[in-house]
Ligand binder design. Structure first.
Ligand SMILES: [Zn+2]
Ligand SMILES: [Zn+2]
Length: 254
């Protein structure tokens, strides 16, 4: 399974794109930035978008992806998939004809650019060629991590979260899990802000490690661009041999 990092960060900076991953060229996992990282041909290959939550640094890329696709000849719609509260938020707050056009009715309701799909929480279901289980995590709005596998290998994606339990419990014992893609937003000195905003710091990542599936590599994403150097330096001091910070535009194989 290929996991390409389209955006590695928890915000936007110079050359730093918000969180977005592309699995096997076809399935987005979050969509903070899509069109700034893919050619039009690559955008056309996208079939599904798994969205952890409604925040813009995970969804903004859907707006421009929809616009690109809307000007091209009709094709199979991109399915935006998540648990129901996230799908509802995207429908009512983003693709609502105010913030952005409702691309689930463009160019027509019969043959739209986007369609929405509500996933069942804590149940495994098919998304393209993958199996996906959404599990609620601990953030300021309804947010879901995903357990993703193809029957052979896979990974766990945390979405945005503070310290959490259910996702790690659900992933324990699954032999196909080869990596945990885990958020970390702020340096340790901003621990109070991380607690209010529902995020992790390097110190909290260290504590989270004991709850994760054992011996599985941990790939950090979602560092805030303005605190990159400080946060990455603190992460490098976690002496577990398991933790790496993902590199934008790199493709990892699990
Ligand atoms: Zn975020
Ligand atoms: Zn968020």
């Amino acid at each position: 399974m290929k996991v390409r990092v389209l955006g590695a960060f928890g915000g936007e900076g110079l050359g730093q794109r918000p969180s977005s991953f592309l699995v096997n060229d076809r399935v987005l996992v979050d969509a903070g930035n899509v069109t700034g990282a893919l050619t039009v041909k690559e955008q056309l290959a996208v079939e599904h978008a798994l969205i952890s939550h409604s925040h813009l640094d995970h969804t903004c890329g859907l707006a421009y992806l929809a616009e690109t696709l809307g000007t091209l000849p009709p094709r199979t719609p991109v399915t935006i998939a998540s648990a129901e509260p996230v799908v509802n938020a995207l429908r009512t707050s983003m693709f609502n004809n105010v913030l952005w056009p409702d691309f689930s009715r463009i160019p027509s309701a019969e043959q739209p650019v986007l369609r929405f799909r509500s996933l069942v929480e804590e149940a495994e279901q098919r998304v393209g060629d993958l199996w996906v289980t959404p599990v609620a995590v601990s953030h300021t709005v309804p947010t879901f991590g995903f357990i993703v596998h193809d029957g052979d290998t896979g990974f766990v994606y945390s979405g945005d979260t503070g310290p959490t339990v259910a996702l790690w419990k659900a992933a324990r014992g699954l032999r196909s899990i080869r990596a945990v893609i885990l958020e970390c937003a702020y340096p340790d000195r901003l621990g109070d802000l991380a607690a209010i905003a529902g995020h992790l710091t390097p110190a909290l990542v260290r504590r989270e490690l004991d709850k994760l599936p054992p011996n599985v590599p941990v790939w950090i994403f979602h560092v805030k661009p303005q605190y990159q150097d400080e946060t990455v330096e603190e992460l490098s001091r976690i002496d577990s041999g398991r933790v790496l910070v993902v590199e934008q535009d790199k493709t990892y194989v699990v």
